[in-house]
Structure formats: C-alpha cells, structure tokens
Design a protein around this ligand. Sequence first.
Ligand code: SF4
Length: 128
Amino acid sequence: MTALVTDQPWAVRAACAAKEPDTLFVRGAEQKSVRQLCLTCPVRLQCLTEALSSEEPFGVWGGLTERERRALIKEYPGVSDWWEWLRDSQDEVAEELRSPEPPKVIGRLRARRRAEGQYDVKSLRSAS
Ligand code: SF4
C-alpha cells in the first residue's frame, strides 16, 4: 500500500509515501479520501498488482478497497499475472482500472451478472 509497508522498488514513487500507515488503513467512508489519493499516484497499477497477487486482505491498495479486490479475484480466477492483465487486457474492468476515473468495480461486476442472467433467461426461453 505504501512505501512504509512494502519494500518494492516502485514504492518510493508512491503518492502515499510520506503518509502514516494508520491514515491509509482506514475503513468505511474514510476510504474515499485514500482512493482519491490513489488516483493521483504514479504507481497505482503496481500497487494494485501487489495487492491482488498477494491477496492482501486489508486497506486500500491501488485505489481499490479490500472488498473490491476480493470481487476481482473471484471474477477472474484464471488470471495468474495481474500486472499483465491490468496493463494489457481489453476487458472493460481492466480498462476502467487503467483510467484516471474512480473505478466502480462492484457496480460493474454486478451489472455484468445481471446482464448474464438476462441473457440466460432469454436463451432458455428461445430454446423451449
Ligand atoms: S496506489 Fe494508493 S495505496 Fe498504492 S502506493 Fe499509490 S497512493 Fe499508496
């Protein structure tokens, strides 16, 4: 999450490098301000890669909360290289994560589920 808690080379360029860890490992509404900081961070995707790869259970990493990261890991069980996926995938979620806008991971995955459900209902109806 921060240069204070990781020894990765990219961490020296982290936007949160000078922050106290206690200000970053927050919960609930306080996570919003950390997410905003992450959107300005030049190593956001590296940070998110580390959190997804290690299945980091706490805190905001790369602009995503622990809940959002769990949802991503569950949605993409076949991803073995998160850096490659975040950097190169044409998946709409990966594209959103690369953008400078606040990601809406949970909402997007829910919408995908709903769309898939509607599709299944239609295909079942047309098959009968
Ligand atoms: S993405 Fe956020 S948590 Fe990660 S290094 Fe940057 S500012 Fe810190």
